[in-house]
Design a protein around this ligand. Structure first.
Ligand code: URA
Length: 207
């Protein structure tokens, strides 16, 4: 979880406000996404790497060990892509569309476009809402089938609830989840409490 600083809480205060202006919602949720991505990158492995500074000294630094790619879960996960590209402009980015089947009520995979050799490195899996965890689990299973090791999956979410965290971690203990807030619980309509409403609708202006 991101450190619960006053700064972060002030950002959440904006996006959770039902009266937030759309431009404020977009701007501030993007700022939190940037913090989440930077935090998630810090969980990746790094190797020692030295460079020469302009004043002729050696700086003993680090650089990422492996390639990293990202997969967004449409539609809400696409909202994180712009911030990800701002931080990692050349990142390879896949996409999944998973929706709940109206009859079985189970998550169903409609589309999976994954970068080639995705199993070679770490994967940032993007979905701002970790609610029931059903979609997250389905997406993780697609990645496992594609050869990604569980411990190489970093799930990036803006808000999670205990139900979603348990659903993922009870089944995939090695997956790491980065979030900026853990809310109390889901209500009877599977909305988070105190929550944010329908994130995708608010972000894309379809509410
Ligand atoms: N998805 C949302 O957009 N909001 C919630 O509260 C739960 C799932």
């Amino acid at each position: 979880m991101l450190p619960q600083t006053n700064h972060l809480r002030s950002l959440h205060t904006v996006i959770r406000d039902r009266a937030a202006r759309r431009e404020d919602f977009l701007h501030v949720s993007s700022r939190i996404m940037r913090l989440l991505i930077e935090f998630g990158l810090n969980l990746l492995p790094f190797d020692p790497w030295e460079v020469q500074t302009p004043v002729g000294r050696t700086y003993s630094g680090l650089r990422l060990t492996n390639d990293v790619c990202a997969v967004s879960i449409a539609r809400a996960g696409n909202s994180i892509e712009a911030e990800l590209r701002a931080v990692c402009p050349t990142i390879r980015l896949g996409q999944m569309l998973i929706q709940r089947d109206k009859v079985t009520k189970l998550p169903r995979l409609y589309l999976s476009l994954l970068p080639p050799n995705i199993g070679d490195g770490h994967v940032l899996l993007l979905d701002p809402m970790l609610a029931t965890g059903g979609t997250a689990r389905a997406a993780i299973e697609v990645l496992l089938e594609a050869g990604v090791a569980e411990e190489k999956i970093i799930f990036i979410s803006l808000i999670a609830v205990p139900e979603g965290l348990d659903a993922v971690l009870d089944n995939h203990r090695a997956v790491r989840i980065v979030t900026s807030a853990i809310d109390e619980r889901l209500n009877e309509n599977a909305y988070m409490l105190p929550g944010i409403g329908d994130f995708g609708d608010r972000f894309y202006g379809t509410d």
